[in-house]
Design a protein around this ligand. Structure first.
Ligand SMILES: Cc1ncc(COP(=O)(O)O)c(C=O)c1O
Length: 391
């Protein structure tokens, strides 16, 4: 029986994507917690706060008053209108609500965007270091992720020169940009983003802009690709700024020619996005003061780490302009940050993500620390790392 199942149910070759290492670190941390250890979690990139009170109240009310059936595939009309209005509030932009597509987290947005914009075999540029699922989803869908290494001089983002050089070597069909970026937290200036989008589009390269960390900018205001071009696909989410990771809800701003294609794809892939999450998400826009407080907490955590970590020997970071990450170079302590992270977890009780998740070329020199936790934990993490490194 087992033999037959093994013959029939071989995983497909395209499912053989690498695991997301951060989840392995989280599992190791959980095992230590089961043994009674107290672990400071700086590995997973999610807000410590739950959904805003306005979102919870709307969800509670909907549970008792609504049948919560399917919604329109592109999302509840009032939510799409509210999202469009947010572009006017945040960026002074008029966005047609018909261009807004509600998705099951930004993760589903990537699948829809890649399927709608690219054919199997198309080459799509991604930054290294960068968010691993960009590469892995492209691969699963039969596209080819093309790594472009980034550098400090260009704020760890793809430049128009690098993009066009790769395009000349072998044509690209798309490029993914993210600012603020994961894992570095660095941001592109408005001028750099504009230049990149314009050169990409002049060369016939479609731009997908991951704006999931918008709202969490500390160094300067994040620019939206929506201001630069109506042809860029914008991807965003309620997971980070709105603290709604587990509600699995996000959105896209889609160029008009792709709206119907994306609607057809989502009809077939998901039918619609969870109704309760859509209702809660719309109400989350009313929690401005609460969300500003959460953001101020991250800002304070960032300050504590940037000031405190150098004193304990952790002193080489990429610019932490936004999001809630520090990407620290730990090559002076170890040749492999996976081994370093494993020891730091075991011996100091601080969980962080090894850079190899984000950058197969140079990630072994880096560790990503997420500072979305409680303020006291930031201070304790510094103390624990300090005692461990000097012990
Ligand atoms: C850069 C980036 N994009 C997208 C996602 C996916 O988020 P979600 O599917 O929860 O919207 C994440 C999650 O960590 C991320 O860091």
């Amino acid at each position: 029986m087992l033999e037959k199942a093994k013959r029939l149910l071989q995983p497909s070759a395209r499912s053989a994507v690498p695991p997301f290492m951060v989840m392995d670190v989280m599992a190791a941390a959980r095992r230590l917690e089961v043994q009674g250890r107290r672990i400071i979690h700086m590995e997973v990139g999610q807000p410590a706060a739950g959904a805003p009170t306005t979102a919870i109240a709307a969800a509670r009310a909907a549970l008792s008053t609504s049948a919560l059936g399917y919604t329109e595939t592109l999302g509840i009309a009032s939510l799409r209108q509210r999202i469009a209005r947010a572009y006017s509030e945040w960026h002074g932009l008029e966005i047609d609500p018909n261009r807004i597509v509600v998705t099951t987290g930004s993760s589903a947005g990537f699948i829809l965007a890649f399927l709608a914009a690219f054919e199997a075999g198309d080459r799509v540029a991604v930054a290294l270091p960068g968010y691993p699922p960009y590469r892995h989803i492209l691969t699963v869908l039969g596209c080819e992720p093309v790594w472009i290494e980034t550098a400090a001089q260009t704020r760890w983002s793809i430049t128009s020169e690098a993009l066009i050089a790769h395009h000349r070597a072998r044509p690209l069909k798309g490029v993914i940009v993210g600012s603020p970026a994961n894992p570095t937290g660095t941001m592109m200036t408005a001028a750099a983003l504009t230049e990149l989008i314009q050169s990409a589009e002049d060369a016939g390269i479609a731009v997908i802009s991951d704006e999931i960390y918008h709202g969490l900018d500390y160094a300067f205001a994040a620019e939206s690709a929506a201001r630069v071009s109506d042809d860029a696909i914008i991807i965003n989410s309620f997971s980070k700024y709105f603290c709604m990771t587990g509600w699995r809800i996000g959105w896209m701003v889609v160029p008009p020619p792709l709206v119907r294609a994306i609607e057809r794809l989502q009809q077939n892939l998901a039918v619609a996005v969870p109704t309760l999450s859509q209702i809660a998400a719309e109400a989350a826009f009313d929690a401005r003061a609460e969300l500003t407080k959460v953001k101020e907490g991250y800002e304070e955590n960032r300050r504590i780490l940037l000031e405190g970590l150098p004193g304990v020997g952790f002193n080489s970071f990429l610019p932490a302009d936004g999001a809630f990450y520090l990407y620290a170079n730990v090559s002076r302590f170890a040749t492999d940050s996976f081994e370093f992270a494993t020891r730091m977890l075991q011996e100091a009780g601080v969980a962080a993500t090894p850079g190899a998740d984000f950058d197969p070329l140079h990630g072994k020199n880096f560790l990503r620390l997420c500072y979305a936790g409680a303020r006291q934990e930031m201070r304790e993490a510094i103390a624990r790392i300090g005692a461990w490194l000097s012990g």
